[in-house]
Design a protein around this ligand. Structure first.
Ligand SMILES: C[S@@+](CC[C@H](N)C(=O)[O-])C[C@H]1O[C@@H](n2cnc3c(N)ncnc32)[C@H](O)[C@@H]1O
Length: 165
């Protein structure tokens, strides 16, 4: 009986782990890898995040970026489509507003600074189209690891790219 229960729990856990990899891909975004803390700090410095900015992490994962951003900024928001990551981010980043949902369906028109760690070759460009259509001119976008094709970065530090709308 106990063995059956353990087996069922194990199967469910494995199924969830597999589904959580594919679910974000179905929603049109990257899978999960957190940005290393050193890179988060460099990105927030390079994009000159200020206390009064409205900051978004599009696909905030477990909240690594939100935690650092909240040390420098009073209006931190994250959007995450995968429920367990969303929950972890909510618990970790208490000073941030963490929204569960598809980033492509959220209103981000109040953004001053946007962080993204998604994928090159389609996803970044789709996100960039949404940003350009919604966000005020002068807003800044910082992309970790993958540049945005078709946009010229105004600043760059190794694998961190900053753009202005
Ligand atoms: C590479 S991880 C980056 C996590 C976090 N931003 C960081 O840098 O540590 C990408 C995240 O985006 C989420 N994601 C992918 N597509 C999404 C979508 N359409 N809407 C919201 N989140 C999405 C994934 O679930 C994943 O947690």
């Amino acid at each position: 009986m106990i063995l059956d229960l353990l087996l069922a729990i194990t199967i469910l856990a494995v199924a969830y782990a597999v589904a959580s990899i594919f679910y974000p891909l179905l929603a049109g975004g990257a899978g999960y890898t957190p940005t290393p803390r050193k890179k988060v700090v460099e990105a927030l410095e390079l994009v000159e995040l200020g206390r009064d900015d409205v900051f978004y992490d599009l696909g905030c994962g477990t909240g690594a970026v939100l935690v650092e951003a909240a040390k420098r900024c009073d209006h931190v928001r994250g959007i995450e489509v995968e429920p367990i990551r969303w929950l972890v981010a909510r618990i970790r980043a208490r000073d941030a507003k963490v929204i569960m949902g598809d980033l492509f369906k959220q209103d981000i028109s109040d953004a001053d600074v946007i962080f993204m760690f998604q994928y090159r070759g389609g996803i970044n460009e789709r996100i960039a189209r949404k940003i350009k259509g919604e966000v005020r001119p002068g807003a800044r976008v910082v992309s970790y690891l993958h540049p945005i094709d078709g946009m010229r970065s105004v600043r760059k530090l190794n694998d961190i790219f900053v753009y202005e709308i």
